[in-house]
Design a protein around this ligand. Structure first.
Ligand code: PXL
Length: 277
């Protein structure tokens, strides 16, 4: 098997166990070279801390891309997470166009919202641009809130299969190819992942854990990216990522006051075994 090279584009939250501080170790643990393009540098993430610093790196992106073009640096997988500005999304599309190997897989986590709300600093313009980025991806990994913002569908906490189907239909209507929809719960005490690939629906259900922690979306997406890049199927990658994320949440629950992120580090050996099986 050729040694795969992934590029991930998302912020560095210096403290908070999310975005690049999660993606870099997790994807590397999957046995693939992991290159990074930081979208912004923040002192912490924005969910629960106040007074965080924010250094937008949008203006650095075109020069970084043109250097890579000169060096003929290209990637097998490009995975985007939290982006720092609306304008930056256009630059990311340029990177999709010029830094991708022939069979490159482009994966977009439209990390911008949760619990029915956009994260601080994002607005309707950002969402509109994010829709465009999602249509140029091979896979998108939204939660239900993000899928609602992308499609204009009303956010609901109680729903049925018809509601989820309508979200998927609207997403494909926009031009989105394949969707890994996280946090889909059809029965109490259970939740799961919808894998919508080439028009067909499958579902991986697992226990719902009451202690939700911040950053699990990034843990999930990073493990999915790592497994998919290691040639696992989309369903198998979605399952590996879900089982790993669940273990991280359980490990976090053992410690009081670890509210800002999930303890993904202690569970890495489980992930390594899963992708090598
Ligand atoms: O986990 C998503 C995320 C990434 N980066 C920053 C965030 C968030 C979610 O709030 O604030 C800076």
């Amino acid at each position: 098997m050729s040694y795969k090279k992934v590029l991930t584009i998302q912020d560095i939250s210096c403290v908070g166990q999310c975005s690049l501080t999660v993606a870099l170790p997790i994807i590397s643990a999957c046995g693939v070279e992991t290159c990074v393009l930081p979208s912004a540098v923040l002192s912490t993430h924005t969910a629960g801390f106040s007074g965080y610093t924010f250094r937008d790196l949008t203006d650095d992106m075109p020069d970084i891309r043109s250097h890579w073009e000169k060096e003929n640096i290209k990637f097998d997988t490009i995975y985007t997470g939290y982006l720092g500005s609306t304008r930056q999304i256009g630059y990311v599309k340029d990177i999709f166009a010029s830094c991708a190997k022939d069979n490159c897989v482009r994966i977009v986590d439209p990390a911008m919202a949760d619990g029915g709300k956009l994260y601080p600093g994002f607005d309707g313009e950002f969402v509109k641009e994010m829709v465009k980025l999602c249509t140029s991806a091979d896979y998108i990994i939204p939660n239900i809130t993000e899928a609602c913002f992308l499609t204009g569908v009303e956010y609901k906490t109680e729903y049925d299969r018809e509601y989820i189907d309508s979200l998927l239909t609207k997403l494909t209507g926009l031009g989105v190819k394949n969707v890994i929809l996280t946090g889909v719960s059809y029965e109490s005490g259970k939740t799961g992942i919808v894998i919508f690939e080439n028009g067909s629906y499958s579902y991986y259900e697992h226990d719902f854990l009451p202690n939700s922690c911040h950053g699990t979306g990034d843990i999930y997406a990073s493990a999915f990216v790592g497994a998919l890049t290691r040639q696992k199927s989309a369903f198998e990658s979605a399952k590996i990522a879900a089982d790993y994320t669940l273990r991280c949440i359980k490990a976090t629950a053992k410690e009081d006051n670890h509210w800002y992120g999930a303890k993904f580090e202690t569970e890495l050996s489980y992930l390594i075994n899963s992708v090598n099986n």
